[in-house]
Design a protein around this ligand. Structure first.
Ligand code: NAP
Length: 260
């Protein structure tokens, strides 16, 4: 079986840039997302740069059973993951009680359930290749998020799960890294209905920079990687400020952004 880096959510944003970074470092890729045309265009671009053409699998990871389909597709292609990058995810802005319950549960299916299943499904092959698992969390993982409650909670799960897995799998030579970006201009804002305030500019990094930071962190075997100096300082402060004050500040910002 040929070792590959499996990257979810590669049809846009941070995932697309992660694919470019992994390809540039010589990894053979499998790209997963729902939009086949976008994945095929990225695979063509990578092939045109002289790298092996990534295998493209158009799959909806919110649907139960998809990881089993993915595993069967990989084995039919003679491929097995040495690296798993769980990047696919989305958020929704608004009060949890007012947002669609189905959409919020679908967010948990993608951000939490699929990420967990993919982290665990290929442990044997990742161990065989002494590879790793890169899980994309967020700086939202470090505090509760009124106005995006389920999204923040999903990222807190990603961080907690990845840190524990880092410890559990250390003995088998598997690196597990939680990548925590701050704001990045991608399709995320449109899908979530979130408007970034002008002040968020100082926290912003490009998707390419975040992907490179994530790749380097995984290769170094870091447990948690917070992308960018300003975001590191912000997370340091969040750890010092009591939740009651953080909740008030995030709630105020969310209400302003939502025009309430
Ligand atoms: N942008 C930010 O400010 C920011 C900050 C911190 C963390 N993050 C995290 O970074 C990750 C990437 O986000 P991004 O900013 O790059 O967002 P994005 O541009 O919206 O990209 C999201 C990717 O996930 C894929 N995806 C969505 N639903 C899917 C599904 N059901 N099945 C398979 N793939 C699915 C999308 O592809 P298809 O639509 O083709 O399926 C797309 O490739 C997410 O986990 C996000 O939470 C983002």
């Amino acid at each position: 079986m040929k070792p590959v880096a499996l990257i979810t959510g590669a049809s846009a944003g941070i995932g697309g840039e992660l694919a470019r970074v992994f390809a540039a470092h010589g990894h053979e890729l499998v790209l997963v997302a729902r939009r086949q045309d976008r994945l095929a265009a990225l695979a063509d671009e990578i092939a045109a740069s002289g790298r092996p053409r990534p295998t493209v699998l158009a799959l909806d990871l919110e649907t139960r059973g998809t990881v089993a389909t993915l595993a069967a597709d990989l084995s039919a292609h003679g491929l097995e993951p040495a690296i798993v990058v769980n990047n696919a995810g989305f958020g929704l802005s608004g009060a949890a009680a007012k947002l669609s319950r189905d959409e919020q549960l679908a967010m948990i299916d993608l951000n939490v359930r699929a990420l967990t299943e993919l982290s665990l499904a290929f442990v044997d092959s990742v161990a065989r290749h002494r590879g790793g698992i890169l899980n994309v969390a967020s700086i939202a993982a470090f505090l509760p998020g009124p106005g995006m409650a389920v999204y923040y909670a999903s990222k807190a799960y990603v961080l907690s799960f990845s840190e524990a897995l880092h410890r559990e799998l250390a003995g088998s030579g598997i690196r597990v890294t939680a990548l925590c970006p701050g704001p990045v201009q991608t399709e995320f804002q449109r899908r979530s209905g979130m408007r970034l305030p002008a002040a968020a500019k100082i926290f912003e990094l490009s998707a390419m920079r975040v992907a490179q930071i994530g790749y380097d962190g995984l290769m170094r075997g870091e447990r948690v990687v917070i992308a960018g100096g300003v975001n590191k300082i912000a997370v340091g402060l969040m750890r010092l400020i009591p939740n009651v004050l953080l909740l008030r500040a995030v709630d105020r910002r969310a209400r302003r952004a939502g025009g309430e």
